[in-house]
Design a binder for this molecule. Structure first.
Ligand code: HPA
Length: 274
């Protein structure tokens, strides 16, 4: 089992020195959703390239910054950009944001991601609360990393999304007049988008939306006993659901279109996270 404390000792020490406050909530912003960081009060921003041993983000739309921000008195650690397995990083590197958030004192984790709509009831632009996720493609890596913790998580009823967060998120959506969809997030390793046949399989196995992140972050956070929820921004129809060709540009363009919805929802959620 990997000793994250040992491996990321320098990273933790650096952030402990730099942090302007101890954050309560961590939010990881998915592809194209990073602008949220500019819409709330930033107390301190740090480029991830300045953080010792922090992997460099290589994906367009992931700016590679972390922010210590405050909204309605809630102290937030924001990751503007995440680390993906498909970029060639190890899974422990992909879980670093969650690990660091936990080290800095966060108890609540809000994950956001861009995802392709598999369920025909999902339309690009929709926001979808993740009711569960599939992580079968990374089980081996997760078990290697977390040891028995990952197996325990699998074998017991996990609180995902955390019932408290689920209530808050649904209430926030109603108050903001946002129609919030619900469904299963299906993790695919990437880096290429899926084939229509893979999407057909995903649908048969109960996946509603497909993306290349989040599942391992959620599992890791759950193993650290943090409360977790995740929200997908449906940026495109998954392969074969429509005749449109898929592209990362489409993903960021749709995420841009729903930016204001997304920001309103997140802000409203935060007001309930004290
Ligand atoms: N597939 C996988 N990941 C994604 C997609 C998709 O269609 N859209 C956004 N992220």
């Amino acid at each position: 089992m990997l000793d994250m404390q040992f491996k990321y000792k320098r990273t933790i020490e650096f952030l402990e020195l730099q942090k302007p406050f101890s954050p309560q909530v961590v939010i990881i912003l998915g592809s194209g959703l990073g602008d949220f960081a500019e819409s709330i009060n930033t107390v301190k921003s740090i480029s991830t390239s300045d953080i010792p041993d922090y992997p460099v983000s290589t994906v367009t739309g992931h700016s590679g910054k972390i922010h210590f921000s405050i909204y309605k008195d809630v102290k937030i650690l924001l990751f503007q950009g995440r680390i993906h397995f498909y970029e060639g990083y190890k899974l422990n590197q992909c879980m670093l944001p969650v690990f660091l958030a936990h080290q800095l004192g966060c108890k609540t984790v809000l994950l956001t991601n861009a995802a392709g709509g598999v369920n025909p009831n999902l339309t690009p632009g929709d926001l979808m609360l993740n009711t569960s996720f599939n992580s079968i493609f990374i089980k081996k890596e997760l078990t290697g990393l977390l040891g028995l913790a990952s197996i325990e998580i699998k074998n017991q009823q996990i609180d995902f999304p955390s019932s408290r967060l689920e209530q808050i998120i649904k209430k926030a959506a109603v108050e903001e007049n946002i129609s919030l969809k619900e469904g299963v997030y299906w993790y695919g390793k990437g880096p290429s988008y899926e084939t229509p046949a893979e999407i057909k399989m995903t649908s048969k196995f109960g996946g509603d939306a497909v993306g290349m992140s989040t599942a391992h972050e959620a599992i890791y956070a759950l193993s650290l006993k943090m409360e977790v929820a995740s929200i997908s921004c449906i940026t495109n129809y998954a392969a074969g659901i429509s005749t449109e060709k898929l592209s990362h540009d489409e993903v960021t363009a749709t995420a841009n279109l729903v930016k204001s919805h997304f920001e309103r929802l997140l802000k409203r959620i935060i007001t309930y996270l004290d």
